[in-house]
Ligand binder design. Sequence first.
Ligand code: C2E
Ligand code: MG
Ligand code: MG
Ligand code: MG
Length: 292
Amino acid sequence: NNIKGMRGQVSVFEPHFADSNREQLNLEEYLKRAIEEARFELWYQPVVNAVSGRIEQFEALMRLRDEQGELISPDRFIPLLEESGWIMLLEPWLLRSAISAASLLARRVPGGSCVAINICGQQLLDNGFIERLLRILDESACEPSWISLEVTERQFLEHPERVIQVLQALREMGIRVAVDDFGTGYSSLAYVKRLPVEHLKIDREFIRELPHSEPDKAIVNSVGRMSEGLGMHVIAEGVETQEQMEWLKAHKVFLYQGYLFARPAPLESWLSDEALGLVLRPLREERDDEIA
Ligand code: C2E
Ligand code: MG
Ligand code: MG
Ligand code: MG
């Protein structure tokens, strides 16, 4: 925790690779080269639905390796990509990869599925964004409902009216929309009530200490009730234990993403029935207990 706190204070322009690699590379330079050499990867992590007992989504998560082949944390390089605007250079690759994966997985996963794509403010507010998205959906034979766009609260704060407009347009086209890291930003309830979104992803920070933290239980409970009233569904991020899942289920949160089910992995990992079945095992284990 201390080490984490100290790292958080260091500028993102300084190099921070895996602990095993102390090489003093400049992250900015490293990212520039990685963009030119198209070395980013997109991995996928399932979101399961305890009611249907199915995999409902996969979140697309960007990955990049350092020169030793170790993964660099996205918390290090994503902010830099967003602040520099370089995320726009990666967008064509990102959307094509995620959407072709969505097209494949929706047909492959029993009952269908969608791919959730993290979108930053610059992308969402760019005039050509919706057009680019529609063109790629078309080229990939992907239904709009097979993708979901994850946006964070920060974007609402900066351009509220414009963001609502864009999200509304996306919803009308059948594209799903989710608020990511819910509870960590600054959105007011007056604003949340107007958001045309299908899912609220409650941040891992509120899940981590369940079911032992009274404040977290109170928060998750009230977010759950609020979203019910707003016609939204809650996805709990960072579910790592059976105990957390059971508490969530008992409090009417039925969508889970986390290491209890699966870690993010390359698309190829999700193309076997066996791998898909393993993801659902924690849901069945609980059911077996209930029957026994
Ligand atoms: P996020 O969108 O909130 O993604 C969820 C993060 O939680 C991922 O971290 C995922 O690996 C992690 N996670 C999921 N389950 C668990 C768990 O049970 N335990 C723990 N400890 N962690 C879990 P990741 O992949 O490191 O990504 C971090 C953030 O980077 C993402 O947070 C997202 O904000 C951003 N990001 C990742 N890919 C993209 C992208 O393609 N575009 C943009 N704009 N941002 C991205
Ligand atoms: Mg996300
Ligand atoms: Mg999230
Ligand atoms: Mg998060």
